[in-house]
Design a protein around this ligand. Structure first.
Ligand code: ATP
Ligand code: MG
Length: 601
């Protein structure tokens, strides 16, 4: 691991520079502007020195020259202003463009990942990657790089000017460099540790807040406000403490630098004053020298500060590159093995051939499961919580790939069907239907402008969602907030049904929500399902057995295996596991299938 890190880092750095390449003209121009601005800045003390040493002694006759020098000084100030403005502008433009591109690529990369990726990466940390880490990288281009060029150059120039003014005094000043370096080294580690601790605490605070906000109903239902408030206060206090520690270290560092700077000026006054008194050099030289010594500290301070930024950039960069180097586990087939199925011509036969599947190595969820479904068949899947129903259908949508065996549609292994095509063939209404923030219209057509309003309305009418939508304040234009909160579970399901009708997949999967629908919505969902199922192969995972009573075939699952199958009547007649589930579902104490689980183990 220890040897791997620098390699990883080097690769990350190379990739980052790859992002910078298209902007190299901006960078070059920016650097040029930096040089000019610094040169203009540093020439100013030389002008004052000339005025003091060469012009003022001339008396009256020196006045025109003095005016000229004043004008030159002002001109240099303007030049410095203009070039540093351009330089900041150019570098910021390049940096921002790079980061915008990086954000875009990262988003695309993340959305292309397989579902297993999201099992491993919590959403909260991905959000941090997308927002914070990319921003830190922006600092690399706008601050670190700039500082490296500007302050490095400035330091060299200042040292050059000092030696030009007086080599002996300059040599004394050079003693400062190791001292400054030592102080910087000393503080650097403390600063970095403090920074990391406060960052880690901040992300803990953010994660805590986010989790709490999304679980608000639970918190209120269980009267957890005080408890959560206490936990928040703890986290908040720790963050405050870490922050203060960081601030303290920073202040101490900056003030030590200032102290050192003043000490250096004092030393220059003493040594230089002595030299002026003994007429080793003139007063103007001393003035210029003191100005340079003051300026001398600024670039060193800046450089050490940027060192810290560089450290956090590295951390961010490595984090981003770890994500960028994650390959999606579910991949599109190579062109030579791909099978071009036309979604319209698919018949809808489905074969699960002796499949085995596990989310995590070693804990198999589906064992040697064999299931063959005819085109147009209506299949119900039942079983208690955790039996593997959702897992089974997620394999058909290829959220994951099987470990063993194969899943086929019309006799074609789905690993050979491009995912774009597969998802047009298989339509899925999930257990917890997801709605985007946006209008109802856009949620049904999934933001595809080419699907007309009429088609959306027609689909909603078809599934019986029309009436419910008409009751909303703005009808189809009603804007849903995040995740469609504001709609009931049944209403969300109806809208996802309408989606299916609009997109016309040949295979329809419905993972029914456990939430009890009111009898009116339930009837609507039932009707919608019956209609949507027509002419399609349909798989319905049902918690309310009434939904699938009329299915052509009912698959009964238990612990990742199919334990029974047949139609409702034959299964009841067999008086096995299904009959037991059915009796429980009708008994007043066990309306939910989930309740059975406790009794059987
Ligand atoms: N993303 C995941 N990572 C790891 N294990 C998982 C994941 N999703 C499900 N499992 C496990 O796989 C098993 C089957 O889960 P699955 O979601 O398929 O059950 P289900 O039959 O759909 O249950 P429910 O009726 O509650 O929806 C469970 O033991 C569950 O803990
Ligand atoms: Mg499920």
């Amino acid at each position: 691991m220890a040897e791997e890190k620098p390699l990883h880092r080097r690769r990350a750095l190379r990739a980052l520079l790859g992002y910078a390449r298209p902007h190299r003209r901006k960078f070059l121009l920016g650097i040029l502007c930096t040089f000019l601005a610094i040169a203009a800045d540093l020439l100013q003390p030389v002008i004052v020195k000339t005025a003091i040493d060469d012009t003022i002694p001339l008396g009256e006759s020196g006045i025109p020259i003095l005016i000229g020098l004043g004008a030159a000084y002002a001109l240099l100030a303007i030049v410095a202003f203009v070039f540093s403005y351009w330089q900041s502008n150019l570098l910021q433009r390049a940096g921002q463009a790079i980061v915008a591109q990086l954000r875009k690529d990262l988003f695309r990369h993340i959305t292309n990942q397989s579902m297993s990726f999201f099992d491993r990466h919590p959403i909260g940390s991905l959000v941090t990657n997308e927002s914070n880490d990319t921003e830190t990288i922006n600092q690399f281009f706008t601050q670190v790089l700039l500082s490296l060029v500007r302050d490095g150059f400035m330091l060299v120039m200042i040292i050059g000017f000092m030696f030009w003014l007086d080599a002996e005094l300059a040599l004394y000043a050079m003693i400062l460099i190791p001292i400054i370096g030592a102080i910087a080294l000393l503080f650097r580690r403390a600063l970095r540790n403090a920074y990391h601790r406060s960052r880690a605490q901040l992300s803990r605070l953010i994660a805590f807040t986010a989790e709490n906000l999304s679980g608000m109903s639970l918190i209120q239902a269980f009267h957890q406000e005080e408890e959560q408030y206490r936990r928040f206060t703890d986290t908040n206090r720790t963050y405050l403490k870490e922050n203060l520690r960081e601030v303290r270290a920073t202040i101490l560092f900056n003030r030590s630098f200032e102290l050192l700077g003043n000490a250096a000026v004092a030393a220059a006054v003493w040594l230089g004053g002595y030299a002026v008194l003994h007429q080793k050099f003139e007063f103007g030289v001393l003035y210029a020298f003191i100005t340079y010594i003051r300026q001398f500290f600024q670039p060193i301070n800046q450089l050490t500060q940027q060192w810290n930024t560089l450290q956090s950039t590295m951390v961010s960069m490595e984090r981003l590159w770890r994500i960028f180097s994650a390959e999606p586990e579910v991949r599109d087939p190579e062109p030579e093995t791909a099978v071009a199925l036309s979604p319209e011509r698919v018949k809808g036969r489905i074969d699960f051939n002796q499949i085995r599947f596990s989310y995590l190595k070693g804990t198999e969820v589906l064992h040697d499961l064999d299931l063959h479904i005819r085109p147009g068949e209506f299949v119900g899947i039942v079983g208690v919580t955790g039996a593997g129903k959702s897992s089974l259908v997620s394999l058909l949508a290829r959220f994951y790939d099987v470990d063993h065996g194969s899943v086929e549609i019309d006799g074609v292994d789905i690993r050979r069907i491009p995912q774009g095509t597969l998802h047009r063939i298989v339509g899925l209404v999930q257990q917890e239907p997801f709605l985007f923030s946006g209008t109802i219209l856009d949620n049904v057509r999934l933001f595809r402008e080419e699907i007309g309003r009429e088609r959306v309305i027609e689909a909603c009418r078809f599934v019986g969602a029309d009436e419910m939508i008409a009751r909303l304040p703005d009808g189809y234009e009603t804007r849903l907030s995040e995740r469609g909160s504001g709609l009931s579970a049944g209403e969300r399901q109806l809208i996802s049904f309408a989606r299916i009708i609009v997109f016309q997949p040949k295979i329809l999967i419905l993972d029914e929500a456990t939430a009890n629908l009111d009898s009116h919505t339930e009837r609507l969902v039932q009707q919608a399902l019956d209609r949507a199922a027509r002419g399609r192969t349909t798989l319905v995972i049902a918690h309310r057995l009434s939904t699938i009573r009329h299915a052509d075939r009912i698959i009964v699952m238990r612990d990742g295996r199919i334990v029974e199958q047949g139609n409702h009547e034959s299964l009841l007649a067999a008086n096995g596991y299904y009959a037991e589930l059915y009796r429980h579902s009708r008994s007043p104490h066990g309306l939910e299938l989930t309740a059975v689980k406790g009794k059987e183990d």
